[in-house]
Design a protein around this ligand. Structure first.
Ligand code: ATP
Ligand code: MG
Length: 447
């Protein structure tokens, strides 16, 4: 096993050891290294108390990240290394935070407070691997087990319930039966956890390679944090396109999408308006009236409650609503959609349509030719640098103002010019457009 620890982290470990303290990398980075994955952050745990750590690194910049919890951040060569003192968490009375924190001299005590066995290992180049709960065995078995009694551990901090689902999705692990049982029993206590902590774990879960499986297996947990999905469970859909309930189809929609948080969130909420919009057609098949407009509104509420960024809230809900539009089937419609949505969202919308199509019974909803057309036309518009926005018109409001009888007339004229240019890009020339602007206003009804 090659323990590839970056130089700045190595420096922190070595310095602490040279000063007589025990120091290890710990948690997620050890798990990732043992799995052959590149850790994205490195945490150090040490017997040094925060004041002692500060003294050891007095020549470097040290940020007091959470002194009360024993954490300081040491800045080495542009890298932040979080250093936390071995810690024992006191009692939890609020299902969220320990009432108190005591420092310890033993790394094993620090590992005992951690959530899952695979996250409860520490490694030091000098002292080797400390694996008091057989995290390594569980890594090999690809199973998530709690450190200690699951019911107790979830009772201390309910967020761990969602973290279990998150790690199952990101690592591709199964959840030990006693852990899964405790998750179900305690799922409701997740409502006491702050929106920010829930949202952060939910987004990580959605990005996971096994998100689809976990959404199905842990539907109770997911529907506690997004209750708007609850009615989709067991929601029967009639017709040849459907072979599962609306919730399972939602999980498929997520699984069929690339692993991007915004896009997968859009897939998670794309069909949340189904129960409210469901009707039967003359044959008795399920159809949904205004599904995407309704889902978009519900999605906005969900995302606001989760306190996600405005970009995320607006981005997801706009895309869901836009999904109600048909796939553009002419060059002009492609350009109109590009203008309305912007290039980025145009592509995102096609991805959403494709992932959604993959969630129906195979062969019953084949839109691949339509999508191919919409992608090709999009590419060609860009390659040919064809104008499709007001900004790319060869004239501005100033050029056409003199022909217009009212201020609103300026905007209307520009829109009509754009429409003409969308039909025929060759018209995007100053003289032609000015002539056209004059014609438009000469023939317009007087205000
Ligand atoms: P990631 O790779 O996503 O960062 P991670 O395992 O490092 O995963 P973090 O949330 O960064 O997860 O937490 C770092 C470590 O702290 C975990 O590996 C775990 O040992 C411990 N930990 C974090 N949150 C909790 C919690 N709520 N309860 C118990 N231990 C926790
Ligand atoms: Mg981490």
């Amino acid at each position: 096993m090659q323990w590839d620890i970056p130089a700045p982290v190595r420096l922190v470990l070595d310095r602490l050891e040279e000063n007589g303290y025990a120091a290890y990398v710990v948690g997620g980075c050890v798990r990732d290294l043992l799995m052959g994955r590149a850790p994205h952050d490195w945490d150090v745990t040490t017997s040094a108390r925060p004041e002692e750590t500060k003294a050891v690194f007095s020549d470097l910049r040290v940020i007091e990240t959470g002194l009360k919890h024993g954490t300081v951040t040491v800045r080495v060569d542009d890298r932040n290394v979080e250093v936390t003192t071995f810690r024992i968490d006191g009692a939890y009375t609020d299902a969220r935070h320990p009432d108190s924190v005591t420092f310890s001299d033993r790394v094993e005590e620090d590992l005992a407070r951690r959530d899952f066995t695979v996250n409860a290992m520490a490694y030091s180049p000098k002292r080797g691997l400390v694996d008091a709960f057989d995290g390594r065995g569980d890594l090999e078995k690809k199973v998530l087990r709690c450190v200690g009694d699951p019911d107790e551990r979830f009772g201390e901090d309910a967020l761990r319930i969602l973290r279990a689902a998150r790690f199952a999705a990101t690592l591709g692990f199964s959840i030990a039966p006693e852990v899964a049982e405790a998750m179900q029993d305690r799922a409701l206590s997740l409502t006491r956890i702050s929106a920010e902590r829930v949202a952060s774990e939910l987004l990580k879960l959605l990005r996971g390679k096994d998100a689809e499986r976990v959404l199905v297996e842990q539907a109770d947990v997911i529907c506690t944090v997004v209750p708007e999905l609850r009615l989709l469970r067991g929601f029967e859909q009639k017709g040849a396109m459907y072979d599962c309930d609306a919730y399972t189809q939602t999980a498929r929609c997520v699984g069929a999408m690339e692993r991007d948080a915004l896009l997968r969130l859009a897939m998670l909420l794309l069909h949340c308006g189904k129960p409210a919009t469901h009707v039967h057609d003359a044959q008795g098949n399920s159809v949904y009236k205004n599904l995407y407009a309704v889902s978009g509104v519900i999605a906005q509420n969900v995302l606001r409650r989760l306190k996600l960024s405005n970009d995320m809230i607006f981005g997801v809900s706009t895309l869901i609503v836009a999904c109600g539009k048909p796939i553009p089937d002419t060059r002009k419609r492609v350009k109109q959609d590009m203008n309305e949505l912007g290039e980025l969202n145009y592509v995102r919308l096609m991805k959403i349509k494709r992932a959604e199509a993959a969630s129906f019974v195979k062969g019953t909803y084949d839109i691949s030719d339509k999508l191919l057309f919409a992608y090709r036309q999009f590419d060609e518009v860009l390659v040919c640098d064809e104008p499709y926005t007001l900004k790319t018109l060869a004239v501005t409001g100033r050029d056409v103002r003199r022909f217009c009888k009212t201020p609103e007339g300026v905007g209307q004229t520009l829109q009509l010019l754009l429409d003409a240019v969308l039909d025929d890009p060759a018209k995007n020339e100053r003289e032609t457009l000015i002539r056209l602007a004059k014609e438009i206003n000469d023939t317009a009804e007087p205000a």
